[in-house]
Design a protein around this ligand. Structure first.
Ligand code: HEC
Ligand code: HEC
Length: 293
């Protein structure tokens, strides 16, 4: 108890030594060592700064290039080629059920006139289309078409049938709190409050939103697949749709913050469990040591 205290107040000698350590006279070996340490620190700092700058530049570069890249992805370059390529894909994979003028085929598939590229994106991107066999509900599968082919199908069906188009820009640029409210009001009754999905009457189900990316959610709202209502821009403005997407994706990101979910009853209960279990273990340890003594 007394030793550390004594040394820290220790007058002249300790004091001088401390001073000496911090400021060695120039030219001494100690000063050289200090300079080396400093320059090492500087180099390390410079490395970190360099790394940060590189990261930021990569990010900026990527975000600047990404839209351009996806536009350039449309290898066909001009839109009419995309429509033409889309017609071929359609003829090969869709025409038997949706007809040669998108008018639909009795007993096989509905008309695609007016469904727009949004519905095509949704159906093909989630692997629901092309339907392989008639079922109560087209199942989700990995998409069998590439992004580029999906764009071509979209272009063809948009060109010939018209309908809702896909949005652009940041699909999460909406208010989180408003999104939560709108989600509970418009979506939770079928998809569950946590977006986990649920059974509907008639043997159908509303799927979990776990896998859905921003554009899938947007295009689902625009096209209203199966039993889901269409949320046109009169029902939910584009901004409200973005709020909902922001909410759904934020919710998903928060689903599993690590640790046991304990029924997702929330942080208070988790804290309580840690408290009870942790303190219990501690008490047990204390009593155990007590009996040993
Ligand atoms: C075996 C028949 C079949 C094939 C092949 C098929 N579809 Fe469908 N399609 C259907 C049926 C049935 C529905 C309606 C039931 C549903 O939505 O689950 C439908 C619905 C759709 C819808 C939604 C329409 C709406 O009102 O929102 C789109 C879009 C669509 N199909 C696009 C395609 C595209 C594109 C292809 C080709 C890549 C394709 N389908 C191939 C049978 C088929
Ligand atoms: C009346 C019930 C109902 C309501 C309300 C509803 N949905 Fe749906 N939703 C469905 C059904 C049913 C499907 C499956 C359609 C299918 O399989 O073709 C679906 C599919 C989806 C999908 C596709 C998920 C995937 O990964 O395939 C998304 C995303 C979605 N809904 C979002 C929403 C949002 C956002 C709202 C609120 C604005 C909403 N839904 C409101 C019934 C509903």
């Amino acid at each position: 108890m007394s030793t550390p205290n004594a040394s820290s107040v220790a007058p002249p000698e300790g004091g001088r030594r401390g001073l000496f350590r911090r400021r060695p006279a120039a030219g001494t070996p100690a000063a050289a060592a200090r300079d080396r340490r400093r320059s090492k620190q500087h180099r390390r700092l410079a490395n970190v700064a360099g790394l940060m700058a590189a990261l930021v530049l990569t990010g900026v570069g990527y975000s600047a290039l990404a839209p351009g890249a996806s536009a350039a992805d449309d290898s066909t370059g001009n839109p009419s080629n995309a429509v033409e390529a889309g017609r071929e894909l359609y003829t090969r994979s869709c025409i038997t059920c949706h007809g040669d003028n998108l008018q639909g085929v009795e007993g096989r598939g509905p008309s695609l006139i007016g469904v727009g590229e949004a519905a095509v994106y949704f159906q093909v991107h989630t692997g629901r289309m092309p339907l392989v066999r008639q079922e109560a509900q087209a199942p989700e599968r990995p998409p069998i078409f590439s992004e580029e082919e999906i764009e071509q199908l979209m272009a063809y069906i948009q060109e010939n049938g018209g309908g809702p188009t896909l949005p652009s820009g940041d699909l999460r640029a909406g208010d989180l709190a408003e999104g939560g409210e709108l989600f509970r009001l418009n979506c939770a009754q079928c998809h569950n409050f946590a977006g986990k999905g649920g059974a509907l009457s008639s043997g159908k189900r509303a799927p979990s939103l776990e896998e859905a990316n921003d554009m899938v959610i947007y295009s689902a709202m625009l096209s209203g697949p199966e039993n889901m209502p269409v949320f046109g821009d009169n029902q939910l403005t584009p901004e409200e749709k973005r709020s909902i997407i922001n909410y759904v994706q934020t919710l998903k990101a928060q689903h599993d913050p690590g640790g046991a979910s304990i029924g997702r009853v929330g942080p208070v209960a988790e804290g309580l469990v840690i408290w009870v279990v942790g303190i219990g273990a501690l008490l047990f340890g204390i009593f155990w040591m007590g009996t040993k003594a």
